[in-house]
Design a protein around this ligand. Sequence first.
Ligand code: HAM
Length: 420
Amino acid sequence: MLYKAPRGTTDILPEEQSYWTYVQDKAASLCCLYGYQPIDTPVFEDQKLFARSSSHGTDLAEKEMYVFEDRGGQLLALKAEGTAPVCRAYLEHGLFNLAQPVRLYYLSAIFRYERPQAGRYRQHHQFGFEAIGDADPSLDAEVIELAQHFLLSLGLSGFSLQLNSIGCRQCRPAYIRALLSHYAGHAQKLCPDCQTRREKNPLRLLDCKNATCQEIADSAPAIRKYLCAECQEHFQKVQQYLEILGIPFQLNNKLVRGLDYYTRTVFEFQPEEEGAQKTIGGGGRYDDLIEALGGKPTPAVGFAAGIERIILNLKTQNISLPSPPAATVFLIHIGGKAKLETVKLAATLRQAGIATISAVGDRSLKSQLRQAHNRGFPTVIIVGEEEIDAQQAILRDMSTGTQQNIPFGEIVSAVTTSCG
Ligand code: HAM
């Protein structure tokens, strides 16, 4: 074979599309229910946007971005995540002038140079939403509620909500000092990645999947003990709202998320099966990001889920989808004169809103009938020389094999009646 889809990317063939339509339609209708409006941002952005929003030491900034120089010499990056572009658009188009918070959602392709494996791709797609412009803890709960509502409405079950607060720029430095002093006693045992994390992004030490590093992380001090009074109160209220909403959660001291812009609330939905690449979706508050991108201090909170991972879960949980509307009528012709008539009839049926496919080429009646049968058409219309002379067509019900002659002028109403 000459060409293949690039490593870590997939073609979404027609037989897969019903999953995508199912997930995307649910996302859009729920966002409408919660007052989130759609936004689309470009596939590529100034590389500095992602570099600034996920500072040194995150995998995204260090090794995962698809960066390229365009012919004008500008350094660009394919969309590596959805939040920073939405914040950029919020600032660029003065959305801060609207009533706050501004609630936005997106369905977008995301590009990360990662080691491909099941559920981890170099191009994946996210459904994400952001509530920008308010620090109210009820907004954190609303975002979590919408995320959970989305997963449940798809029919998914068996996932847990992991929840943590990672504080703010006032209280986090004291925690980082405590964390580093804990790790100082274990420095020799750490994996090479964690050696780097100690220098560049200590919070991520808690997230390492290496067994020895996990043991060290298990005995690390818990960040929630270091939260300032404001962060503590905020987190308590988030939990209170979740309890009122009846949303169960597990407090998780080691949950820190992979991106660097988070403050206060962080959360993830994880299936019962273990494994980091299995996280269905995650998010949190990012109260400093808009300021870091050049705006005024603007608190915000959001979430994103990987659509491929959702579809993997739909398949493993055997969730059946509503069947997509299939074409109902297959038009068969016998001879060139009849073909002129079926082409015209097909157009008339489609004008009347009846999904129709016309046979092409010059195959025998038997072969055209086989085609209709194999493709599952419930209704077939046959036109031959005799039918042209009588100005009528044969309407065949494929499930029973019964046939009736219908005048050309009555085909639409006959098909509508026979197909219900
Ligand atoms: P993230 O955790 O990096 O967060 O990605 C969100 C979700 O995208 C993950 O939970 C996972 O389901 C999916 N995902 C991530 N990487 C891959 C991959 N390589 N292949 C397949 N699926 C993947 C964010 O991107 C944040 N922007 C989320 C957010 C929105 N936070 C606040 N607002």
